[in-house]
Design a protein around this ligand. Sequence first.
Ligand code: ADP
Ligand code: MG
Length: 413
Amino acid sequence: FYHFLTRLSPVFLIFYKLLACYASHMLKTISSLDFEGQKVLLRLDLNAPISNGQIQDDTRLQAALPTIKFLSENGAKVLILTHLGRPKGEIVESLRVDIIASALSKLLSKDVNKLDDCVDEVVKKQIDEMDFGDIVLLENTRFHPEEKLNDPEFSKELASLADIFVNDAFGVVHRSHASTLGVTEHLPSYAGFLLEKEIEVLSDILKAPQTPVCLIMGGAKIDTKIGVLEKFLDKADSFLIGGALANTFIAAKGFEVGTSLFQEDKVDVAKDFMSKCEATFIPVDFVVSEEISKDAVARNLLQNEATSNDKILDIGPKTIDVFLEKIASAKTIIWNGPMGLYEFDQFAKGTLAIAQAVADSDAISVVGGGDSIDAIKNFNIPLDAFTHVSTGGGAMLEFLEGKPLPALQALMS
Ligand code: ADP
Ligand code: MG
């Protein structure tokens, strides 16, 4: 019998460990909570692109609707908090959230009042006067310098408006601000539906991805991307590097990059990565121009043909072929960052080819990043051609990288 027990104990131990691990990583969610008669502070990411006083893209508003509706229909006073743009801790008239409130109101077919601040006695009185089920939008949180500093007094003030905190702002879940982290110290805190979905999909990708895994990285900033590449060293089977990010890798190979956007101080990081990872694919050819403008003349060059006046602005046709072959054989594809300066037609072909190939693929595909999604929309590729389109760029990268995200941790049981 003793023998039998000792044989079994490792099995129990594994089972117990799994259980403990699972339990300690449970996101507290809202679906089974009772919100009747509660004041709920709801942090959303409604930071939509606005120009000429018009919302250019309401994807973030649309994505927030299910949680807003759920809270309102379940009898809560819904107090929505968001940031908008970069006011740097000051009141900036053009970054007031009135336009967001009226857009939300249209989408919900329900009044959404905008309050003129996000803390203070006037705001509290207006909240007291609300009916349960009503929705208000508080003024831009980043008008207060205390927001980004995660100031304890300001966090307490925000928390004092409500009974419960719900965070559904995946786009800023990697930020430790008063409205994402500070408030969680004072209120019972939960994840909204959008955040829950994002974490579920991205966790699955990390835990047990279907192989081969293809990681496609482009865009501008190598700092925010290199960590993810490193994290996936053992997880991905191919690394396709494009965009300005690739220029740093091309320079690391010792080739001329002319006046291209690249990060000189990260050349060694790129070199180191390539020495560790044979499955790194960088452009073997590219599209260059001497200037960036609507009528810029684009030329195709091989990897070693750029001169000191050239800017590398897109991946070339040979590179597209290499990348498409890798994409075709992948079972899981993670893509962040455009392959080139897609805002100009001459330099959009690489991004278009990759977007189309990922959309056509039967693999599990996850795409994130504001510009990547903007590019996909410009190409009129339907978003539902991808398994998951993340509403967060930086947040998605930091989550995949395995960085601790305190604002997310605060929503775990
Ligand atoms: P995302 O928002 O999808 O995470 P990033 O913000 O990292 O992507 O980068 C997108 C920006 O990088 C776009 O404005 C795009 O034009 C630019 N870009 C991509 N490739 C190049 C390049 N070779 N040279 C200059 N800019 C580039
Ligand atoms: Mg971007």
